[in-house]
Write a protein of this length. Sequence first.
Length: 465
Amino acid sequence: MDGIKKRKHALLEEYASIAEKSNRIDPELYIKYDVKRGLRDINGKGVLAGLTEIGEVTASYVNEKGETVPGPGKLIYRGMDIKDIVNGFLSEGRFGFEEVAYLLLFGELPTINELNEFKSLLAEYRKLPPSFVEDAIMKLPSRDVMNILARSVLALYTYDDQADDISISNVIRQCLQLIAQIPLLAVYGYQVLAHYHQKKSLVIHVPKRRYSTAENILHLLRPDSKFSHLEAVILDLSLVLHAEHGGGNNSTFATHVITSTGTDTYSTIASSICSLKGPRHGGANVKVVQMFEDMKQNVRDWDNEGQIRDYLNKLLNGEAFDRSGLIYGVGHAVYSVSDPRAEILKEYARELAKEKGFEEEFRLYEKVERIAPEVIAEKRKIYKGVSINVDFYSGFVYRALNIPEELFTPLFAVARIVGWSAHRIEELVNKGKIIRPAYKSIAPQREYVPLSMRNAKMDSLAGNL
C-alpha cells in the first residue's frame, strides 16, 4: 500500500506542476487589457457593478492646503452613519442588533411597537426543527464551524415546504428564520466540535425568549450560562458593526451573484457563508489573534517599540508568523485613514480589557496600531492611507469574552446574515439580469492532436497505479 500511495502522491505532484504551468498568466497582460484584478483599481476603488440603498462604505477625502488627501472612513446603513446609530441605542441603554436588522431589511428605523413585534417574531423563529441538532450536526461533527453552518443551512432546505418559492414574502420569512437560527447553528456546531474533536463535555442549552441575540449567544455558549451586562453589550455592538458592509464585499457580492440565478435562499446563504470563511475575508480576525500570540512569544519587552518594529518588519519580509508577508488586521480595500468600525470597537475593547485584566495586552495592540502603518509605508508604495480594520480589535474582544477561536468567523456570519438577507431581497425586488462579467481568453488557437500522436510523458507514472 505504501508503494501505491507514493506513486499516487508523485502523480498528483506532477499534475500540480503541469496545472501551474498551464494556468499561469503574465501579469503584464492584465495591464495591457486594462483588467481590474479583484474588480478594483490601483487605488483600491471597486469597479461599479450595481446600485444599492442598503449600505455604503466610503473613504472620505478632505482638502488640505489645496490638495485632496484621504480622510476618515465612513460606514452608512440605509443613509445613516453607523456612529450615529450606535450612539443612539447605546445612549438609551438598549441592545442594537435587532433594531439594526430591521433597519437594513426594511429601510427605516422601527417604532417601539414595530421593534417589539420584530423581536417577538425572531424569538418565535429561534428554534430548530425536531432532532435537527442530533441528525444534522451531531452525527457528522466537523472541525470547522463555518462548514457546519453552510451544511446546516443547506439541510434546512429539506424542512421547508416552500424552499424554492422566491416570492418576496416567502424570502423574508426564510431570511428572518435564518437570522434567528444561525446563532444556534454556530454555537451548537462549536459545542459538538469541542465534544468530539477536543474531548470536552457536550453542553446544549435551549435559547431564552426574553434574551437578545447577543445574550442568547453567551447563554448558549457558556456551561453555566452566566455573563455580565458589559459582555452582552460589547458582543451586541460587534454584531451591529459586522451586519453590513456595502454590496461589494466578497460574500455580499456572492449573495447578489447567486441570487441573480433565481436559486433558493438556502443555497444563496450557504454560498455566502463559504465566501466569508476565507482568511482573506471573514477569517482574518482569527489570523490577527494568532499573529499576536506569536508576537507575544517573540517580542520580549512589550513596551519596547524597537522590538515591536523589528517583529513587524519580519512579518512584512515573510520571516515571522505564517510567512505570508502580511500584518493581519492592518489595511483595507476601501478605508484608508480609518475604519469607523475599528474606532468604535476599540473604545469598548479598552473598557472590556479593564474588566477582564487584559490591559497590558491592549496597550500592545495600541502600539502595533500606531507603528504598523509606518512600517508598511517604509516598505511598500501606498496609493492611499493604511490603517487598522475591524478585524484588528474584534479578535481581541472575542478573546476577552472567552469566545473560542473556532467561533470568531461564525460570529461574523451571525451578524452578516442580516446584510446578505437585505441584499438578496434587493436583488429579487429589482429583477436584475443574471450576473455574468466577462473574462478575456488569451490562449492561442491550436489544432486538435489525435491521441496516438501525443507525447506520453505521464504514461510511466499513471501506468504504475
